[in-house]
Design a protein around this ligand. Structure first.
Ligand code: 13P
Length: 256
């Protein structure tokens, strides 16, 4: 079991992919599998903002949760193109992903911004999925533990606790590349994150720490079985129901 007493969370981050028709078909297929035999794993779908309402309607009455991929720091105001955490909550979201490496790069989000967004999410009653991860150059320089530690310290807001926050470790070089760290490297990083959470966050010993980066049905059981890995944040493979479900089944093998 990856961490005794922690139920795994398998989250699909669709990123900026799909169409309304594709979202409907994908959710229908995942729901059918879920209704055919629920797994001892929590499932979460994070579609692009425009598809939250229809996906939320499709998920109504199921145990599959809905989440956003970002939110603004403020609750409302003159911020063209942005979406607040309260708006996500209004649509039935229970989670939002924050500080994904693509946002840290594409939108130059600092860890301080991520912490402010996470605070806004908590204030709106959402669970914040706070993403951290090193680049390939940082790993090659042997700096990965320190980099992730600093990102975490700066990205976790005051008020975060075991019930309202999740950490996702996503090595930047493993995202969408087909490359994954070794099991030993994942174990070392997740142990490091756990120790930090235990020191700094109420209930941090039981906070979920997800792994993300090229998770597939073929490697899910091995990765999810690593000590202190409590689920997955899945990109590309979450766009195919068969693959997403295969990953959930892999996570179920390590569930207690
Ligand atoms: P991939 O699963 O496509 O590597 O993406 C991982 C990710 O960034 C999830 O947030």
């Amino acid at each position: 079991m990856a961490t005794p007493g922690i139920r795994p969370l398998v989250a699909g981050n669709w990123k900026m992919n799909g169409s309304l028709a594709m979202a409907s078909a994908l959710v229908g297929d995942i729901k059918a599998r879920h209704q055919g035999g629920a797994l001892p794993v929590d499932l979460l779908l994070c579609p692009p903002f425009p598809y939250l309402a229809p996906v939320g309607a499709d998920l109504a009455g199921t145990a599959i949760a809905l989440g956003g991929q970002d939110c603004h720091v403020k609750a409302n105001g003159a911020h063209t193109g942005d979406v607040s955490a309260a708006m996500l909550a209004d649509l039935g979201c229970r989670f939002t992903i924050l500080g994904h490496s693509e946002r840290r790069t594409d939108h130059r989000e600092s860890s301080a911004t991520v912490a402010a967004k996470a605070k806004a999410a908590l204030d709106a009653g959402l669970t914040a999925i706070i993403c951290v991860g090193e680049t390939e150059a940082q790993r090659n320089a042997g700096e990965e533990l320190k980099i992730v530690e600093n990102q975490l310290i700066e990205s976790i807001p005051s008020g975060a606790n075991v019930r309202n926050a999740v950490v996702a470790y996503e090595p930047v070089w493993a995202i969408g590349t087909g490359k994954t760290p070794t099991v030993a490297d994942v174990a070392a990083m997740h142990r490091h994150i756990r120790a930090l959470l235990e020191q700094r966050v109420p209930g941090g010993g039981k906070m979920r720490i997800l792994y993300g980066g090229s998770v597939k049905p073929g490697n899910a059981a091995e990765l999810m079985g690593v000590a202190e890995v409590n689920g997955a944040l899945v990109g590309g493979a979450s766009l195919k129901a068969e693959d997403f479900w295969g990953i959930a089944e892999g996570a179920a093998k390590s569930a207690g």
